[in-house]
Design a protein around this ligand. Structure first.
Ligand code: OAD
Ligand code: ZN
Length: 246
């Protein structure tokens, strides 16, 4: 793994950093990614399991799948990648995590400013009255639970294919990206829009784009630096080099 010295110099003078993260950052925690080798969407149907129509067609199946994923998430822990991102807050005025992940691992690693573009698997809400419920509430439910207030169907608070992203969060992410000095793009295939506009917004705003991924992606040729490697190894190395010169 080769970390360019010029990147460390740029980091030294940077004030505002944004991390745009995807499933790859949680891979070393043991959570499968969606695409690429061993990816979930190679063996499971996104249409069936992660779309509104899929849920309406077979709510209990989709519910069961999310309960299963929640169990996996609960049994895993943040890895060195998540932890290093949280550590960046000690060195910079402003660090924002914009994540496509729903696994809550950035929060558990200690990051304080997180914008979740695709929701959070550890929350549910009622489709009718929009009451929110924490994940513990229906931990044991094997079928779609009913809302205590109105009897409506409960669903996970995640963004499914074909659904609109939370607009206020997306707008805030775009703004932070455009204002950032450096934008790290970590563990994402950068093919799912509108999320993948975030690094583009950063670039338009003059930010330096730094990709960390084990393989090239759709965005690689637009980045200023592309570092090949695992995020749980590359990020701690960058942080170490940064500390050595500051
Ligand atoms: P993907 O599964 O599409 O991409 C994961 C990326 O992580 C790939 O580019 C891998 O090369 C890379 N990767 C794997 N292990 C890594 C490691 N240890 N270190 C660094 N990189 C690694 O995941 P996303 O880009 O997050 O949407 O997918 C975007 C969206 O598609 C998800 O949020 C989800 C999915 O369907 C919704 O649920 C709406
Ligand atoms: Zn309700």
């Amino acid at each position: 793994m080769e970390i360019p010295k010029t990147l460390i110099e740029k980091l030294k003078s940077a004030k505002s950093i944004i991390f745009f993260t995807g499933a790859g950052i949680s891979a070393e925690s043991g959570i499968e990614t969606f695409r690429g080798k061993g990816g979930l969407w190679n063996k499971m149907s996104a249409q069936e399991l992660a779309s509104f129509d899929g849920f309406m067609k077979n709510p209990d199946l989709v519910w069961e799948w999310y309960q299963y994923r929640r169990k996996i998430v609960r049994e895993t822990n943040p890895n060195a990648g998540h932890k290093t991102i949280a550590d960046f807050e000690k060195h910079f005025d402003e660090v924002t995590v914009v994540t496509q992940n729903v696994d809550n691992l950035h929060k558990r690693a200690g990051s304080s400013s997180i914008l979740e573009l695709h929701g959070n698997i550890e929350r549910n809400y009622c489709m009718d009255c929009k009451t929110f419920y924490g994940v513990e509430k229906f931990l044991e439910s094997e079928e779609v639970p009913k809302c205590e207030k109105c009897g409506g169907m409960i669903r996970p608070d995640v963004v499914w294919f074909g659904e609109v992203l939370p607009q206020d969060i997306f707008a805030e992410a775009e703004r932070k990206a455009a204002e950032s000095d450096i934008c790290f793009i970590v563990g994402t295939s950068a093919v799912v829009y509108p999320a993948a506009y975030i690094p583009i917004a950063a670039k338009r705003g003059g930010s330096v784009l730094v990709e960390i991924n084990i393989e090239p992606t759709e965005i690689t040729n637009q980045t200023d630096y592309s570092i090949k490697g695992k995020s749980g190894e590359v990020l701690p190395e960058i942080f170490k080099m940064l500390k050595e010169i500051t």
